[in-house]
Design a protein around this ligand. Sequence first.
Ligand code: MN
Length: 236
Amino acid sequence: MDYVFAPPPPPALAVAGRAERLPVHRIYCIGRNYIEHAKEMGMPIDRATPVFFCKPADAIVADGATIPCPPQTADLHHEVEMVVALHSGGQRIAANEALRHVFGYGVGLDLTRRDLQAAAKTKGLPWDTAKAFDRSAPVSAIAPAAKAGHPLRGKLSLEVNGRVRQQADIAEMIFSVPQIIHELSKLFTLAAGDLIFTGTPAGVAALKPGDAFHARLENIAELRGRIGLAEHPNGT
Ligand code: MN
């Protein structure tokens, strides 16, 4: 196949205990999946209709990186989330079949330009500029379910500069992983390499240049990183 320019290699994540990497196809995210976070955002709790949005696959950032403070925001927020990685997919996947499609689990941050999101909500506009920006998806190495199993409970936490900012149990999710996969697969054709951010608990807050973060999904994954200076300091 000839291309008019060389296609970039696929974005990829490390896999715990293996040399092979996981190529990332798409990134899906669910919003308002923990009751206390929906409350802190002033949003209603809807147990019937999940809120989904996407990030580009090349928004992923590997463990240990420094992420330059993104432009056009004065309120960059952290949202610590369990991340599910698929090794197969399809359409209209039944909830009781969904876990067969899961390759493994990690932990990530759904970085959010909260000020742009608030403005978009007010105007009824899309969330892309608030959610789908460059390097908005730092994710840990993925722990294969074949080794670690499928976690139904476990502590999800985020420390910033050594202080706990967010802490909950993944058992508190409103939509479980099988339910999320079922609902997403009614809307999209899921595929190998898809990542799903499963929602954040309460405690979202701002990150500033120099902040060091440490996200953990108990017994599964850890993610460290740092927020750096803006690449173009006069661009905001
Ligand atoms: Mn989120």
